[in-house]
Design a protein around this ligand. Sequence first.
Ligand SMILES: [Zn+2]
Length: 254
Amino acid sequence: MSNRPYLLSEATWKSVRDTRYDVAVLPWGATEAHNYHLPYGTDNIETEAIAARAAERAWQQGAKAVVLPNVPFGVNTGQLDIPLCINMNPSTQALVLRDVASALAGQGIPKLVVLNGHGGNDFRQMIRELQAQVSIFLCTISWFKVVDPKEFFSDLGDHGGELETSVMMHVAPDQVLPLSEAGSGAAKRFKIPGFREGWAWAPRKWTEVTADTGVGNPAKATAEKGKRYVETVTAKIADFLVELARADTSMLYE
Ligand SMILES: [Zn+2]
């Protein structure tokens, strides 16, 4: 019998039948190359770990959060030429989200948080569309945007760099190869200033940007940095889950 009642994958029917869940959390990652030292499942491993830790803390504060199984496929249209990067188009994700949300809504689960762990995923527009069609309250968090990474890391590259490597060293150290195996994560920048400055946007063509598939140098990553960051992020997400669990979603504004 699981002692982690907040993980649906480990729950059995009687405990589910007898629990009134306040909020469901749907972790959503990606399957893609992460430099030479991190596994393809990195986004899934990180996001599941953060979801589980946040739900555990929320549960301890009396909020019945339940973590659904992770969806392992993200939007990877910029990595189609990298073997075994598995792309799931946004339009397909929207259908998957609709089915999950509709099932939960029909079962009386009041709230759903999509916990995103992949930079190429963006559930906001999907939620705008879907919220008009289902009774369950929908929202999304990208865990890597919860706190300012500058306070934790010196290199702010966004893929397989210091942040992700530190997180993995903390949550799944046996899945991280020695940093001596890692590439530098050197990435080419756009020539056009608007893209570089971030106010113009286009998706990146991954193999033209980076040789080792990383964006950001993992050299200064440590498990200690990962622990500090993950604990800060999960505490904030846990508090959010508790507040959301208690909230009347017809009275969200002050
Ligand atoms: Zn990643």
